[in-house]
Ligand binder design. Sequence first.
Ligand SMILES: [Cu+2]
Length: 344
Amino acid sequence: MTPLTVGTMIFKGMRAGNAGNTMTDAFEQDQKASAGCCAPGRVAGSAAPRLAQRASDDLRTALDATLAPVPEGFFDMGARKPRYPADGEGPRRRVHTSAFRIGRHAVTNRLFAAFATESGYCSTAEREGWSYVFAGLLDDPAAHPVSPEGTPWWCLVEGATWHSPLGPGSGIEGLMDHPVVHVSWSDALAFCDFLGLRLPREAEWEKAARGGRRHNLFPWGNALEPADGHRHNVWQGRFPDLNSGVDGYIGTAPVDAFTPNGFGLHNMTGNVWEWCADWFALPVITRLPARDPDGPSDGTRKVLRGGSYLCHASYCERYHVHSRTGNTPDSTTGHIGFRVAASA
Ligand SMILES: [Cu+2]
């Protein structure tokens, strides 16, 4: 199967699979129209390898040290005034979570490299032989002419993987404390399984992102750029051709860049989209507050949260604590990573 065929199939499949539901159709059209920075996809031909052994004590200890507690209790999930209603950003509703722990930051290249060395795991992008890279990060985007329909700023780069994020010849030297990228949901799950951890539920992710605040747009409050400076890594300028980088970064930032939120968590918004455990669907509103909701029992796409270094109000304003998108579990790009969670 050629990469071009794969990319085209996904968009067709996404539309055909949801025919007959006006809300969902509108949602899919909106997703396609505004996919923007938000995640071109893939259905992989190869299956994720199974890992027999477990992580070393050293690696488990290293991961455990990155976890911060989030207390049990109710919170208000979703936006009262959604920016993208068709994404299911609203309505605002009461949700209860048990106590849990979540990564203070996204999983780094350093930690993912340790996992790959110990486990011998081969990621989706390594098996499939390609991933999507943002054109503005490539020296010669014209050398990679294949893009998903409607999003020419995404280049299909053969040989782009977590350890060669811009393709062959690139590396992660100097990026060991940056989030691992070009990891699929399946890769993130394999990492979690190996470490005895799990991905956050979507509700847990949003509660964590809000940092104990109520009705906030960002992990720190409501101002995108507070007077005391930038608080996350998003796009400044004009998407997709001018990124001034005044927040300090054009691509990814170190996972602990910027001030953490009230729960001590860094970069819950901006930097990289983060995989959650749930299948993606519009929220189901219940009469009583949901408790530790797991989301739909099946689906075609997994939830992504937090937006990325490519989000900008002019094109894809999905850098709020309530913003959401989804992608197939085998999709990989240079702006998708993940953080781990564990029950308390
Ligand atoms: Cu975006």
